[in-house]
Design a protein around this ligand. Structure first.
Ligand SMILES: [Zn+2]
Length: 344
């Protein structure tokens, strides 16, 4: 057996044999029940490193997930680049209110001292706190998975989705400048997270890919080179999370160099495996709404076992955990995995 949960996750990401498939979340894990139990609630947990760490560690200590995943929003980089952000409530994630580059990339540049801006110091400090605290745990090291919003997400925040889509056709140079600049920002942030102690980064990105709004040629010629650059430049294990039905894009996405791709339940594990082959591991894909939020533990267990039977490499929710998700349903994920091993 692997000595620590961290070693098990790293082995799984490298495609090595593991004693048990890891059961965790690579997407957001903050729930109201965990906030109530820890006293670390949104929106404070988005800006206060101690609270960010307290809520993150609860996903492991209280919910039983086998990794610690933070932060809880996709607005850190957009905010630094000039978007104003509404911080939300205990149940609503932060959202971007303004799009300072909706007219084009004029004046777009990477800020000096990027890592000292906005909430980046919060997330880096939370990483350090978590590293110290997980070093003291009886189970040994628990992996830290840091979320980094991807370049398309930042792009859409900076320029608004409709412009992003129009520019793919009418101003491909604008599209490429935005994508390339956003990619550089993501690389710098991701590497800083590793330097401060993160074990894995997960990059949620490209909902517009999953919703079929990006043509195959734009994906291949404009998005893929940026993802490849991200993978080449970022020094540590990388997971791509894509929302929606990504089936038709999975082959291309799996050629970018990510260690694993996290998919929603709209794509079957079997179909994903056929597209991805051995180029990346597959993470997923228990329905965050139908079963985790609205179902019973028995529903979660049934769906999780189905994922395991289809050969998922890491068992996880298919997307971010909704804040009102019952704790019992999150715990049922690990129960399902353990039962599955006891019977098989
Ligand atoms: Zn998603």
């Amino acid at each position: 057996m692997e000595k620590t949960l961290k070693k098990r996750l790293i082995n799984a990401l490298e495609g090595k044999a593991v004693d048990k498939i890891p059961c965790l979340s690579v997407t957001q894990t903050g729930t109201v029940e965990l906030m109530d139990r820890t006293g670390a609630a949104w929106p404070a947990a988005h800006s206060d490193p101690e609270k960010m760490a307290d809520l993150a560690i609860a996903g492991y200590e209280i919910a039983g997930l086998e990794a610690i995943r933070y932060p809880y929003c996709l607005t850190v980089l957009a905010e630094i680049m000039g978007c104003s952000v509404r911080m939300g409530t205990k149940e609503i994630q932060p959202s971007v209110l303004t799009h300072p580059f909706s007219k084009g990339p004029e004046n777009l540049k990477i800020p000096e001292n990027l890592l000292e801006k906005g909430r980046i110091p919060t997330v880096l400090r939370a990483t350090e706190i978590l590293k110290t605290r997980t070093g003291d745990l009886t189970d040994g090291e628990v992996p830290l998975i840091a979320g980094v919003e991807g370049p398309l997400t930042v792009f859409i925040h900076l320029a608004e989705m409709k412009n992003c889509l129009i520019w793919t056709i009418k101003k491909p140079d604008y599209f490429d400048i935005l994508m390339e600049t956003c990619t550089e920002i993501c690389i710098e942030y991701a590497n800083a997270l590793f330097e401060h102690g993160a074990d894995v980064v997960c990059m949620p990105d490209g909902g517009i890919i999953g919703s079929g709004m990006v043509s195959p040629s734009v994906l291949e010629n404009s998005v893929k080179p940026c993802y490849k650059r991200f993978c080449e430049k970022v020094k540590g294990p990388k997971i791509l999370h894509i929302c929606g039905d990504t089936f038709h894009s999975l082959r291309t996405l799996s050629e970018c160099g990510f260690d694993a791709i996290s998919i929603e339940e709209k794509v079957s594990i079997k179909a994903a495996r056929e597209s991805v082959e051995e180029r990346a591991r597959i993470i997923g894909n228990v329905s965050p709404s139908r079963n985790l939020l609205f179902g019973t533990p028995a529903d979660v267990i049934a769906e999780a076992k189905q994922c395991l039977s289809e050969g998922v490499d890491i068992l996880a929710p298919g997307c971010g955990i909704a804040p009102r998700t019952p704790l019992a349903n999150i715990r049922a994920l690990v129960e399902a995995r353990d039962e599955w091993y006891n019977k098989n």
